[in-house]
Write a protein that binds this ligand. Structure first.
Ligand SMILES: NC(=O)C1=CN([C@@H]2O[C@H](COP(=O)(O)OP(=O)(O)OC[C@H]3O[C@@H](n4cnc5c(N)ncnc54)[C@H](O)[C@@H]3O)[C@@H](O)[C@H]2O)C=CC1
Ligand SMILES: CC(C)CCC[C@@H](C)[C@H]1CC[C@H]2C3=C(CC[C@]12C)[C@@]1(C)CCC(=O)C[C@@H]1CC3
Length: 345
C-alpha cells in the first residue's frame, strides 16, 4: 500500500485551477498563505509556488498524485456550459466527480468544496429571492444543468463526519470579471455581429450577476468554516453579489462601457424562446451533417427573459459571507480589463 503524506491544513488542490474561476481562486489562496496545486487537463498560466498536475479528472490514478498531503480540495472543473455534448457532461460532471470523490477519500483529503451552480433549481421560469430549500429542477433546461444537479447530489451525499470527509457545495450565479471567457466575449461577439439590438421581454426581469472575487471569497469562507458538526456539512450555499439587477441593464452597462450600443427594441419572450427551441432542434437533427452553434440557445433566452435571483442569507448566517466588491465597481473593473474587446480595437 502507498504511504500517505500527512495532510497539512494549508495545502490544497484546485481541480479546474487553469480555468476562469479556478485561476482567481488560486491567486487568492496564495495571498492567504495556502500552498496550492492545480489539477487540470490544461495549463493556461504559470505562477511561482503553484504546482501543476495535468490530467483528466475522470482518471482516479491521474488525480491521486495531485492529492497527496492535501487536506482541502476545491472542485471547479466543468465542460463549457454552452456545449451540446451530453456524453461529455455525463463523463466529466457525474462520472468524473465520482472519481474525484473516490480519489479524495483514498488520499486522506478532509474537505471538498464543490463549485455547483444556482442553476440547479432553475427550470426556465421566474425565481425571486430563491432559497436553498427550493427543489432541484425536475426538468433541467439543458445537459449542463442536468449533470450539475447530479454532481451536487453526489458530493453532498458523500459528506461523512465519521470517516472525517466533509463536503459542501457553493452555488454561484452568473460569474463575471476579468479573464471570463464566456459572458463578456459572447456578448461582444453577438454585438459585433449586429445581433444585440433586441431586449427579450419587457426588460424588467431581475437577475444575479456575481463578481468572480466574491465567488472566490465564498469558496474560501466555505472551506474555512467546514468543520465537524458545523452547519455547512453536506449543504449547499448560494453565493451572489446580493444586488439583483435588471438583466438588460447589466448587459447594456457592459456593452456601453466597451463602446457598443445598448439593445433598444423589444421582442416577446415566448416568440424568441420558441425560435431558439426550433433552432436547437434543427441543430440536433443536422448534427451528423453540420455542427450548428446557435448564439440564442433556449437556456440563454430563458436566462435573459426571466427573473432569477437568489437569497444568500444562509451563507451570511453560517459563514459570515458578505460580497467584497459591489456591482458597480465590479462592472467598471470588468470593462477596463477587456481593452481588446472595445469597439474598434
Ligand atoms: N461561469 C459561470 O457563470 C458559472 C460557473 N459555475 C461553475 O464554476 C466552475 C468553474 O467555471 P469557469 O471557471 O467559468 O469555467 P472554465 O471553463 O473557465 O474552467 C473550467 C476548467 O475545468 C477544466 N476541465 C474541464 N474538464 C476537465 C477534466 N475532464 N479534467 C480536468 N480539468 C477539466 C478546464 O480545462 C478549465 O480549466 C464550474 O464548475 C462551473 O460549472 C457555476 C455558476 C456560474
Ligand atoms: C446572447 C445574449 C442573449 C446573452 C449573452 C450573455 C450570456 C452569454 C450570459 C448571460 C447569463 C450567463 C450565464 C451563464 C453563461 C453565460 C450567460 C448565459 C451560465 C449558464 C454559466 C454556467 C452556470 O452555472 C449558470 C450561468 C447563468 C448565467
Amino acid at each position: 500500500m502507498a504511504t500517505r503524506i500527512r495532510p497539512s491544513s494549508k495545502r490544497c488542490t484546485v481541480i479546474g485551477g487553469s480555468g476562469f474561476l479556478g485561476r482567481h481562486l488560486v491567486e487568492q489562496l496564495l495571498v492567504r498563505g495556502y500552498l496550492v496545486s492545480v489539477f487540470d487537463i490544461q495549463q493556461s498560466y504559470e505562477l511561482p509556488g503553484v504546482t501543476f498536475h495535468l490530467g483528466d479528472l475522470c482518471n482516479k490514478q491521474a488525480l491521486l498524485p495531485a492529492l497527496q498531503g492535501v487536506s482541502l480540495v476545491f472542485h471547479c472543473a466543468s465542460p463549457f456550459p454552452g456545449s451540446d455534448d451530453r456524453s461529455l457532461f455525463q463523463r466529466v460532471n457525474v462520472d468524473g466527480t465520482g472519481a474525484v470523490l473516490e480519489a479524495c477519500q483514498e488520499a486522506g483529503v478532509q474537505k471538498l468544496v464543490l463549485t455547483s451552480s444556482a442553476s440547479v433549481v432553475f427550470e426556465g421560469t421566474d425565481i425571486k429571492d430563491g432559497k436553498e430549500e427550493l427543489p432541484y429542477a425536475k426538468k433541467p433546461i439543458d445537459y449542463y444543468t442536468e449533470t450539475k444537479i447530479q454532481q451536487e447530489k453526489l458530493v453532498l451525499q458523500a459528506c461523512n463526519e465519521e470517516n472525517g470527509f466533509l463536503t459542501v457545495a457553493i452555488r454561484p450565479h452568473g460569474i463575471f470579471g476579468p479573464r471570463d471567457p464566456q459572458l463578456v466575449p459572447i456578448l461582444v461577439d453577438t454585438a459585433r455581429r449586429g445581433k444585440m439590438k433586441f431586449i427579450i421581454g419587457d426588460g424588467s426581469n431581475l437577475v444575479d450577476f456575481t463578481f468572480v472575487e466574491n465567488v472566490v471569497h465564498g469558496l474560501i469562507l466555505a472551506a474555512e468554516h467546514l468543520r465537524p458538526k458545523s452547519p455547512l456539512c453536506g449543504r449547499a450555499y448560494h453565493i451572489t453579489n446580493d444586488e439583483p439587477v435588471q438583466f438588460w441593464d447589466f448587459m447594456s452597462q457592459v456593452l456601453m462601457g466597451l463602446g457598443y450600443d445598448a439593445p433598444r427594441y423589444h421582442l416577446p419572450y415566448w416568440l424568441v424562446y420558441g425560435l431558439a427551441l426550433l433552432l436547437w432542434l434543427l441543430a440536433l437533427l443536422l448534427r451528423p451533417v453540420v455542427r450548428l452553434r446557435p448564439t440564442f440557445t433556449p437556456m440563454r433566452v430563458a436566462l435573459a427573459g426571466t427573473h432569477h435571483y437568489y437569497s444568500c442569507t444562509r451563507a451570511k448566517q453560517d459563514m459570515g459571507y458578505r460580497p467584497l466588491v459591489g456591482l458597480q465597481e465590479a462592472i467598471v473593473r470588468t470593462v477596463e480589463s477587456y481593452p481588446h474587446l472595445r469597439r474598434g480595437a
